[in-house]
Design a protein around this ligand. Structure first.
Ligand SMILES: Nc1ncnc2c1ncn2[C@@H]1O[C@H](COP(=O)(O)OP(=O)(O)O)[C@@H](O)[C@H]1O
Ligand SMILES: O=C(OP(=O)(O)O)[C@H](O)COP(=O)(O)O
Length: 393
């Protein structure tokens, strides 16, 4: 990565405005998954140990510029205090007198968390005045919020114009792993793309077709490709206006010598529910009034074999409706293959990260990204606004 990091600066006695992504799942006022908080600890501990005054900022949910009590960051501050083993002061304001007083009271090594930055409308508008408020709190800006790096907001981008701006360790690790994978991949390089919508994955598929040896298609988006190939897909998910694009992608795969893998058999259901009647059918035998909600056993075996023979695997999007046990086998078997392969495995956030976590394989992956949307945009080859404005090395 060609951006400066916290290793390149001295923070002793300095006030550091550190953007983190503490957008964590919560239920009844409790953090239910602290993965993102733990992922930011190396940066926070480094700043604490080097004697900085650490002012943390994050969004939580999408409150659209208004304060919502259920989206306050108090439970996050509590969990962070427990993980750090030291008190984290939390303010009820995003900026202003209360925050200024709290910062004034800070000693070197103290940690403060300001309120959910999206309570201010200026955050998502990347408002210059709000960016300046953030900058006025500190001497240095650190961005460790990879999960929000695809957002050009006041605390992820705007503030970086007004302070020395560097990346934290999580940001660095995410960019290095994904960057290395895409620019200098070990081969065979396999990408697995699943999930629900072709529309959301167009850019990723297009970019990956220039880089991979194998592109595995699964999940709901497979049926647009299968229909484009001439199969009848019954009531399966279909984006009829993307059929031409699907054909273009299959042609591009052929032109680029990419092995383009699609389901050969599927699990069809007579209803989108966990109690549906199901059967295994070959891809040319999907009944007109049934829908395919998972890949079948032959496909699972074929995909697993390719994964196990790969040196590098990137996975984004489940193979079926894994939330229902009866349609989880495709996603589970792919997760097992990734866990068992000797190749380097990268999970691109979102539902795939949730699936490997749910099935208990997260520890077996080489890298599970903390960003769903951010890693997708990175894999599309887009510039991330939360990174562009950081200082070059
Ligand atoms: N065959 C299918 N039909 C309908 N929905 C599917 C199918 N396969 C997977 N899905 C759904 O796709 C959703 C995830 O899609 P998406 O948001 O694109 O993935 P990700 O979050 O990993 O990027 C899951 O909720 C899953 O149930
Ligand atoms: O959870 C996030 O995105 P993700 O679910 O795509 O990983 C980030 O915190 C960004 O949140 P946002 O999509 O509300 O801007």
């Amino acid at each position: 990565m060609n951006k400066k990091t916290i290793r390149d600066i001295k923070v002793q006695g300095k006030k550091v405005f550190c953007r983190v992504d503490f957008n964590v799942p919560m239920s009844n006022g409790e953090v239910t998954d602290d993965t993102r908080i733990k992922a930011a600890l190396p940066t926070i501990l480094h700043l604490v140990q080097d004697g900085a005054k650490v002012i943390l900022a994050s969004h939580l949910g999408r409150p659209k510029g208004e304060a919502h009590d259920e989206l306050r960051l108090d439970p996050v501050a509590k969990r962070l205090s427990d993980l750090l083993g030291r008190t984290v002061t939390k303010t009820d304001e995003v900026f202003g007198d209360e925050v200024n007083r709290a910062i004034k009271d800070m000693k070197d090594g103290d940690v403060l968390l300001i309120e959910n930055v999206r309570f201010e409308a200026g955050e998502e508008e990347n408002d210059e005045a709000l960016a300046k408020e953030f900058a006025a709190m500190a001497d240095v800006y650190v961005n460790d919020a990879f999960g929000a790096a695809h957002r050009a907001h006041a605390s992820t981008a705007g503030v970086a114009k007004h302070l020395p701006a560097v990346a934290g360790f999580l940001m660095e690790k995410e960019l290095n792993v994904l960057g290395q994978a895409l620019s200098d991949p070990e081969r065979p390089f396999t990408a697995i793309i699943g999930g629900a919508k072709v529309k959301d994955k167009i850019g990723v598929i297009d970019n990956l077709l220039d880089k991979v040896d194998n592109l595995i298609i699964g999940g709901g988006l497979a049926y647009t490709f299968l229909k484009a190939k001439g199969y009848e897909v019954g009531k399966s998910l279909l984006e009829a206006d993307k059929l031409d694009l699907a054909k273009q992608f299959m042609q591009k795969a052929e032109d680029n010598n990419v092995n383009f893998l699609m389901p050969e058999d599927v699990i069809v259901a007579d209803d989108f529910s966990r109690e549906a009647n199901t059967k295994e059918v070959a891809i040319d035998s999907i009944p007109a009034d049934w829908e395919a909600l998972d890949i079948g056993p032959k496909t699972r075996e074929k995909y697993s074999k390719v994964v196990k023979e790969s040196k590098l695997v990137i996975w984004n999007g489940p193979m079926g409706v894994f939330e229902f046990e009866i349609f989880a086998n495709g996603t589970k078997d792919v997760a097992v293959a990734l866990a068992e392969t000797e190749g380097y495995t990268v999970i691109g956030g979102g539902d795939s990260a949730a699936a490997v976590e749910k099935f208990g394989y997260a520890e077996k992956m080489d890298h599970v990204s903390t960003g769903g949307g951010a890693s997708l945009e990175f894999m599309e080859g887009k510039k991330l606004p939360g990174v562009s404005l950081l200082n070059d090395k």
